[in-house]
Write a protein that binds this ligand. Structure first.
Ligand code: PMP
Length: 330
């Protein structure tokens, strides 16, 4: 019999699928690593498992303990899957701008969710950072993974994402492209691929227009899960050879194309990464193999990127529906 002993065992070993439509006119092979095949639906399942394993080893998390983390989505789901397997209580702190469906998902997994005010400074006692720090202090046996400073995050990608890409391309990968949030994905995966290829794999970052990593002025943007306004400890810029700055409009247009043309319903940070991957691939010969990581599923964005009214309300262009079908009978 072949079965997993728990859903947590299903984390990792996500497939590569070739992009064949959005790559029109490109000679290089472009392969997407589709992280929504993880059981929690995103690449964050990988870091959750590593972070909790390490906390148990280091004695920071003991039986009956509580995991407390400020997170608005994917990391919370990843942590919840592992916490459920091992019997930990989960408390997630979520800013109210992300309330709604994401809170409902965390609660569906049995987590307790504390919603905080978005419109306060980070050092205000009501902010999501302050509230999670206070809860981590006050709850006995609490452990705060702190994904922006926990090196077991990048390590999980060094130990799993990188080796999987090398194995599945038979060592043929020439370029790796990923968006940068905590920086864990690109730091861990990039470091592994560089080492194993003796510097033969080029590491390409994708960053939202408005974020700190790509240099330009820091301002707001709509794509979620990537970009920052501070430098987290989990990001090592020395691993990255080049960074592409990608605007919301281009990221969202590509996200919608991935669903309609490739059948890949993914989030906005995936569209952003694919834009950077295609800019890279366009300059490359036919024997190049570009692997681009797609971090999460698009279902969480149905009321945003895939909703024409939301797009228009947020100043985004929406291509006119190309339908010449007769109107349906009323
Ligand atoms: N996209 C999404 C949707 C994410 O949730 C994250 C994680 N914050 C990323 C991209 C970026 O990954 P990383 O934190 O490893 O840089």
């Amino acid at each position: 019999m072949r079965y997993a002993r728990s859903v947590a065992e299903l984390v990792g070993n996500t497939p590569l699928v070739q992009l064949t439509r959005v790559t029109d006119g490109i000679a290089a092979t472009v392969l997407a690593k589709v992280e929504y095949f993880n059981p929690g639906g995103s690449s964050k399942d990988r870091i959750a498992r590593n972070i909790i394993d390490a906390a148990e080893r280091d004695g920071l998390l003991r039986p009956g303990g509580t995991i407390v983390e400020p997170t608005s989505g994917n990391t919370g789901v990843g942590l919840a899957l592992i916490a459920l397997e091992r019997g930990y209580r989960m408390v997630f702190v979520v800013p109210d701008k992300f309330a709604g469906e994401k809170v409902a998902v965390l609660e569906a997994y049995g987590a307790e969710v504390v919603v905080t005010d978005t419109d306060v400074e980070p050092d205000d006692p009501r902010s999501y950072y302050s509230v999670s720090d206070r809860l981590a202090r006050e709850i006995p046996g609490a452990f705060k993974p702190n994904q922006f400073a926990n090196h077991n995050g990048p390590r999980s990608h060094y130990e799993s994402t990188g080796p999987e890409i090398w194995r599945d391309t038979d060592g043929g990968v020439t370029h790796f492209v990923a968006g940068i949030g905590t920086g864990g994905t690109i730091t861990g995966t990039g470091r592994y691929l560089r080492e194993v290829s003796d510097g033969g794999v080029r590491i390409v970052g994708a960053d939202p227009d408005g974020s700190i990593y790509s240099g330009g002025p820091v301002h707001g943007y709509l794509v979620e899960g990537v970009g920052e306004d501070f430098w987290p400890e989990t990001y090592d810029p020395s691993v990255v050879d080049e960074i592409h700055r990608v605007g919301d409009a281009e990221s969202f247009a590509m996200t919608r194309r991935l669903a309609r043309e490739e059948g890949l319903l993914v989030g906005g940070s995936s569209g952003m990464a694919v834009v950077a991957a295609l800019r890279t691939a366009r300059e490359l010969p036919a024997d190049a193999v570009v692997v681009v990581l797609l971090p999460d599923h698009g279902r969480a964005y149905l009321n945003k990127i895939f909703d024409d009214d939301w797009m228009r309300a947020n100043g985004q262009d929406v291509a006119a529906p190309a339908s010449d079908l007769p109107a349906l009978p009323g």
